[in-house]
Design a protein around this ligand. Structure first.
Ligand code: ATP
Length: 165
């Protein structure tokens, strides 16, 4: 199972639809400070069902929506889609591609979809849990987290390793 692409529309600094195709085993996103690199990783975690706005550096759902600036007027919703290659049927869904999408509106309402069909958050979390993926797993190491791991106590570190395993 491989990550195929990530598409952001109106998410944080990404006002216009932006698609990242992950065609090779390793992809590096580079750019100057403040250009939105962390926003890309956060978008991915958010689409996987992250519920902690604090960990996404926001207070309310609308903090995730493009709020205006050089690239245009503020928008009313943010949408992120994460697509996985499912030719190996890792996900128990009979499609070669599985696209998880999440949308948030300014009133804080969230919508989730799997391959274009609206679902509940629970459905997304269950689908991901079955392949040991999730927003709170150790698949996405955010900025500062490596330090946290290095500075943690032995028992905390053990807990993290056990969780990852
Ligand atoms: P660094 O290299 O310093 O860690 P970075 O490339 O990871 O930076 P991010 O932290 O991802 O950059 O992006 C920060 C930028 O995103 C800031 O310019 C901030 O103004 C912008 N940003 C965050 N939320 C929004 C929003 N809701 N609307 C518009 N821009 C936003």
């Amino acid at each position: 199972m491989r990550l195929k692409y990530l598409e952001l529309t109106g998410f944080k600094s990404f006002a216009k639809k932006t698609k990242f195709d992950f065609n090779s085993p390793i992809t590096a996103v580079v750019g100057p400070n403040g250009s939105g690199k962390s926003n890309v990783a956060e978008a991915c975690r958010w689409a996987l069902g992250e519920q902690s706005l604090k960990s996404l550096r926001g207070k309310r759902g609308e903090d995730l929506i493009f709020n205006g600036g050089g690239a245009g007027h503020h928008l009313n919703r943010a949408n992120v889609s994460v697509a996985f290659n499912n030719t190996g049927r890792s996900f128990d869904i009979d499609y070669d591609e599985v696209v998880l999408a999440r949308t948030v509106y300014r009133d804080g309402t969230n919508e989730y979809a799997i391959n274009g069909s609206q679902v509940r958050l629970k459905d997304i979390l269950e689908l991901l849990a079955n392949v040991s993926l999730g927003s709170t797993g150790h698949h996405i190491i955010s900025q500062g987290e490596a330090d946290r791991i290095l500075n943690s106590s032995l028992s905390e570190r053990r807990e993290m390793i056990e969780e990852a395993l």
